[in-house]
Design a protein around this ligand. Structure first.
Ligand code: FMN
Length: 360
């Protein structure tokens, strides 16, 4: 390559070197129709298509570490070995295309037990198979069902559930573990004063609200060893009075760095209804701010154009960019970005089987 294009430079975290810096963020597919958390041919096809399409690393959808941690009944899980084995085929297919794959480990907390989005995302009814949701405090999200506040002995079991899931994931070949602490799901609910009203060791100041996340990170790291990158997705701001702020998220990132986290995936919002100033790259400034904590970050959110993605890296506002919805639209987004930014030099990035599509 004659021109230095940052998007196509490799990126190394611990023992993992990824072929480029355009990655696929976690995106739920709500497609486990058997409701057993076992991924299907949909997940295999969806992720493999985007590995063929040039993404460097692909995150799985939010994958539940316990059954009540699913958003919808059709979410993927990894709380048992059957689920892990089903992921193995996805991992092998993605890696065969030269991409890396990370699993996003999640617990949906008070936003669990809802319908698939194309059926309205409302809380399930008893007839539809609703389950009791849990949260730091018994405070509902918007019009969703009221959660039950977790008891201390239940909180104590969560780090082990994440660690067991991480161990299963590494056992079937996942390259990276991402812990989901964003978008109003359980770990974010603990972090935010708007959803965490606890007066015990898991509430109060940032150290208290971050305690569970730090325990999860520590348990996961102890189980996966030193070679596997562990990343955390956060919502750097709640975009709401009295909620998490970017300033607090920088302090959180320092705590996560000290706890051996390798990269922060910086999203925003999702814990309360808020007016979010949507626009191109609207979360990049939050990523750049969190990056001042001294660890790599990925930026996400309405990054849709190749030149825009490249400029974020050139300006050192993030180390990696994630392209989500634009990749639902175009699985070959990265290959098309290569054409735009590298011209004729992009040919070597295209799988030979697809080149006739490029030259038509
Ligand atoms: C269909 C869909 C499913 C999503 N599921 C998840 C998820 O499982 N975990 C997560 O952290 N974010 C999830 N997100 C958010 C995306 O990862 C991403 O942060 C968001 O779409 C903004 O990036 P974009 O503008 O490039 O799409 C989802 C988004 C979409 C559109």
């Amino acid at each position: 390559m004659s021109r230095r294009i940052r998007l196509f430079e490799p990126f190394t975290l611990r023992g993992l070197t990824v072929r480029n810096r355009v990655w696929l963020p976690a995106m739920c597919q709500y497609s486990v129709e058997a409701r057993d958390g076992v991924v299907t041919s949909w997940h295999l096809a969806h992720l493999t298509a985007r590995a063929i399409g040039g993404f460097g690393l692909l995150h799985t959808e939010a994958t539940a570490v316990v059954p009540v941690g699913r958003i919808s009944a059709q979410d993927a899980g990894i709380w048992n070995d059957e689920q892990a084995e089903a992921w193995r085929a996805v991992v092998e297919a993605v890696r065969a295309q030269g991409a890396a794959i990370g699993i996003q480990l999640a617990h949906a907390g008070r936003k669990a037990s809802v319908r698939q989005p194309w059926h309205g995302s409302a809380s399930l009814t008893a007839e539809e198979g609703a389950w009791q949701t849990v949260a730091p405090s018994a405070v509902a999200f918007d019009s969703l069902a009221q959660p039950r506040a977790l008891e201390l002995d239940e909180i104590a079991q969560l780090p082990a559930a994440f660690a067991a899931a991480a161990e299963r994931a590494v056992g079937v070949g996942f390259d990276l573990i991402q812990i989901h602490a964003a978008h109003g799901y359980l770990l974010h609910e603990f972090l935010s004063p708007l959803s965490n009203h606890r007066t015990d060791a898991y509430g109060g100041d940032l150290a208290g609200r971050a305690r569970l996340l730090l325990e999860v990170v520590t348990a996961v790291r102890a189980r996966v060893g030193d070679d596997v990158p562990v990343t955390v997705r956060i919502s750097a701001t709640d975009w709401a009075e009295g909620g998490l702020t970017v300033a607090e998220s920088i302090e959180l990132a320092k705590l996560l760095k000290a706890a051996s986290v390798d990269l922060i995936d910086v999203s925003t919002g999702g814990n309360v209804l808020a007016d979010i100033p949507l626009g191109p790259g609207y979360q990049v400034s939050a990523a750049a701010a969190v990056r001042t904590a001294g660890l790599p970050v990925s930026a996400v959110g309405l990054i849709t154009r190749p030149e825009q993605a490249e400029q974020i890296l050139v300006d050192e506002r993030a180390d990696v960019v994630l392209v989500g919805r634009a990749a639902l639209d175009d699985p070959n987004w990265v290959l098309h970005a290569a054409d735009a930014l590298l011209g004729g030099h992009a040919a070597e990035l295209w799988p030979p089987q697809l080149v006739r599509g490029r030259q038509r």
